[in-house]
Design a protein. Sequence first.
Length: 267
Amino acid sequence: MTYSQFDIENKLDGKLKIVYLNQPESFNSLNMRMLKELKDFFDECNDDENVRCIAISGRGKAFCSGQNLKEALSVGSDDEDESMIQRIVIEYYNPMVESIINNSKPIIALVNGPAVGAGAMLALICDFAIAKNTAYFSQAFVNIGLIPDTAGTYYLPKLLGRQLASYLAFTGKKLSADEAKQLGLVAEVFNEEEFEARSEEILMNLAQLPTKAIGLTKKAFAKSYNNTLAEQLDLEGIYQQEAANSLDFKEGVSAFLEKRKPEYKGK
């Protein structure tokens, strides 16, 4: 499939795919075509057994500046339907969010610059984020009279607690990369000189780990938000057996007994 809104870099014979949002003139703002293409790309990777890890970053100075307001306003002005914003959220944002959350492959955000509004949430709904020390995050929805979307009202209270989530959502306060890490929103922060190399090191390692187990862990974490402890314990047994049936488990055990480095296939 051909994509027009972002570039794709393949590493490890396509096992690792890095997506670079490529609309630097608008600071990689999200338009409907980009959202649709991202959703399709993540779905394509989910179905491709060769893909073991996915990352998303931005070309230019920004990671993502959020919704392209010019597009949203122009669509609304040409349409008599007063629920156009709701339709954009439902038809474009929500499917893209679900394609990330439900994906069986690890998806990592490489936050190379400002991540604002829906752009901040795009980073935070990934499995984890790695940020350049000059990046920042802002729930800037409030600055134009909107609420956090892109799963912001779902994940922010769970990641931060209600009070801090409310503070950031109500004020749109900018968080530096270091502040975001202190709050548990970001896994690693690297300075500009080492960001690319250190990030790639993490991604290359992920792309060679037991992908099946990582996907099941991701799935179990997602279920934990709504499960009771008893339900989650039952789920762990089911998923653990599924992981134990994988070729990677057999390879991991063999490598341990033979005292060698395992060579996982992601199956």
